[in-house]
Ligand binder design. Structure first.
Ligand SMILES: Nc1ncnc2c1ncn2[C@@H]1O[C@H](COP(=O)(O)OP(=O)(O)OP(=O)(O)O)[C@@H](O)[C@H]1O
Ligand SMILES: [Mg+2]
Length: 581
């Protein structure tokens, strides 16, 4: 049920916008099959008419006809391959894009539990496997079926008793192959799963190599890796052996069929019940019966293998989009002012309540800070505003409109979050700052860089703003990365900017300087700052102190100090630490 539904969906993707080219391929395939089917007739005429009756002219004509048929058949095959190749690539790129796009629409919960290696294995390996499934295999099945039927028709007309022997052997062949097919599909799935697990381990190792070395965990990695690889080797060998046994068994039975044709057919010729031409034509038609039948059976193996991959691909594509993208599609207006209200918000990631009746206001043009011990739920508040997760109870509103009623894309476009770990692209520093947006003036970018103390550094790079950074290029220090992140958020010009521990890698003096420099650019925005270092948020218009998912105090610095409660003790603790150090 699930299989056929997924195949249908997959074929829809393959044939979408490819109907004309697919029809051409189908016609070409039919023509090739007809050309091939005519060859035994020409052979029979060459042997039984031209040669036996010494007709040289006829012989030349027939040989020429044979050559023309073969050339056209070969030519059409090349054209067919071209069409298939084009269709295959188009479909697989389409699938990849669909997968990657769908991934961007899923929820924080999905992203938290995602297994990168497995995902990569689906995007690379499974899509590669299903590339060969689709028009090619489908059309081959139809044309093979047709070819086999026509060949059978000729065979019945020629020698039905000889055909009976051939068919008996053929049935045996089919039976054995179908048994093998099931086992192969099952083993392939096991191998595919294990490969995914290995990819996960390798991906974890490679993408964190520096941390792996620092945490001295490479031994642990190799132990896990080798154990998995050993298991996989055994499974792969078993699978290869099953596949080759399958091929050998069918080869033996095929030879048996040839032996029967020459043995029994030869006897019939000796007795005068058959001509040599008929024998050769019979053998050729037998090939045209058995070949397609084997193809159909082999296709079944490939279909089973592809099915595993198709199901894996759709396991992602069918992942429901929990975060509704477009509730009633009221796109955020240009004059979006950005007053945010958390109204009795309740939220849990799993079972445990993380936010318990939170009431917070973030006002436009004001700097609001969230403080509290690690794990109290500060970043969670930001995740909810960005709708990585949807809340369980209560309401989050911007300008008195529930955020669920905004178009998700516009909502996110209007919020910039600066976190500790910045995503750097393997691209120029300019594109890293503008995220590829060409409409941003370089003057503005330079100004922002100046304010966050990046301009001199960038100017000193070999190609200035065009220097490649990221994976292949210049490496940045922790502090420089944070400056890029801050600059990027300001350049994006979102109405709401969140700094979540955005200056933790900067020293006090740099941080103060940058804060002062950018303050006028943030004047009309809703600014949310999360910081452990309380000196960062001293000047905030409002500070919320969060504890165990609840707001326990709020006010500005002076008010909270006068309160002599949690904030007051946090400030004192930090002062003491500073004094001690
Ligand atoms: N993706 C997630 N899935 C499940 N639980 C999570 C997830 N992210 C965070 N949590 C849990 O939610 C709680 C709040 O996490 P959150 O990241 O909001 O804390 P925080 O206040 O930002 O802490 P920190 O100051 O250390 O950054 C923590 O107990 C954490 O274990
Ligand atoms: Mg946090």
């Amino acid at each position: 049920m699930k299989n056929s539904r997924n195949i249908k969906k997959f074929l829809k993707i393959v044939f979408e916008k490819n109907k004309l080219i697919a029809s051409i391929a189908f016609v070409i395939m039919l023509v090739i099959s007809m050309l091939d089917l005519s060859i035994p007739q020409v052979t029979r005429l060459i042997l039984d008419d031209a040669i036996i009756n010494n007709k040289t002219n006829l012989l030349i004509k027939l040989v020429l006809l044979y050559a023309i048929i073969s050339i056209f058949s070969a030519l059409f095959t090349v054209i067919l391959e071209y069409i298939y190749s084009k269709m295959k690539k188009r479909a697989s790129i389409k699938l990849k894009i669909r997968l990657l796009k769908h991934l961007s629409k899923l929820s924080g919960e999905y992203y938290t539990n995602i297994k990168t290696g497995n995902m990569l294995s689906i995007i690379e390996n499974d899509i590669f496997i299903v590339e060969n499934f689709g028009a090619e295999i489908l059309f081959s099945l139809i044309v093979d079926g047709l070819t086999a039927c026509i060949a059978l028709f000729f065979l019945v007309r020629m020698q039905s008793d000889l055909l009976l022997i051939v068919i008996t052997l053929q049935v045996m062949l089919t039976f054995i192959q179908s048994k093998f097919t099931k086992v192969i599909a099952q083993k392939t799935e096991e191998v595919r799963k294990d490969s995914g697990n290995i990819s996960n381990i390798v991906q974890e190792y490679v993408s964190n190599i520096m941390n792996v070395i620092i945490s001295k965990s490479s031994f642990n990695f190799f132990k896990r890796y080798i154990k998995q690889e050993k298991g996989l080797i055994n499974k792969c060998i078993k699978l290869d052996m099953i596949i080759s046994s399958n091929i050998s068994a069918s080869m033996i039975l095929s030879s048996l069929i040839t032996i029967c044709i020459y043995g029994y057919g030869g006897l019939k010729i000796i007795k005068g019940n058959m001509t040599i031409g008929e024998l050769i034509a019979f053998q050729q038609y037998t090939g045209m019966l058995i070949g397609p039948c084997i193809n159909i059976i082999r296709s079944n193996t490939r279909i089973q293998q592809s099915l595993v991959s198709i199901n894996r691909i759709f396991s992602i594509l069918d992942e429901p989009i929990i975060i509704n993208q477009d509730n009633n599609s009221s796109i955020i207006k240009e004059d979006f002012s950005g007053n945010i209200t958390f109204d009795n918000v309740v939220f849990s990631y799993d079972e445990d309540r993380i936010l318990d009746n939170i009431n917070i206001e973030f006002e436009k043009g004001k700097l609001t800070a969230l403080v509290g011990t690690s794990g109290c739920g500060k970043s969670t508040i930001v995740n909810l505003l960005f709708r990585l997760w949807d809340i369980d109870e209560g309401k989050i509103m911007i300008d008195n409109i529930d955020i669920k009623d905004y178009n998700l894309k516009s909502l996110r476009k209007n919020i910039s979050i600066v976190t500790q770990d910045l995503l750097l692209f393997d691209d120029s520093i300019l594109n890293n700052l503008t995220i590829g947006n060409k409409n941003i003036s370089k003057k503005f970018v330079k100004d922002v860089c100046n304010r966050v103390d990046l301009y001199d550094f960038i100017n000193g790079l070999p190609n200035g703003f065009d220097t490649i950074i990221g994976e292949k290029g210049v490496k940045l220090s922790g502090g420089q990365k944070q400056r890029v992140a801050i600059a990027r958020a300001i350049i994006s010009n979102s109405s709401i900017i969140v700094f979540d521990e955005a200056t933790s890698a900067l020293d006090n003096i740099s941080q103060k300087k940058i804060t002062e420099n950018i303050s006028d650019l943030l004047k009309n925005k809703t600014v949310i700052v999360i910081a452990h270092r309380l000196s960062t948020i001293k000047n905030a218009d409002k500070i919320y102190v969060i504890d165990k998912g609840r707001v326990i105090e709020s006010g500005n610095h002076e008010e909270l100090i006068l309160n002599e409660s949690t904030y007051y003790s946090l400030v004192n603790e930090q002062k003491q630490e500073l004094a001690l150090s």
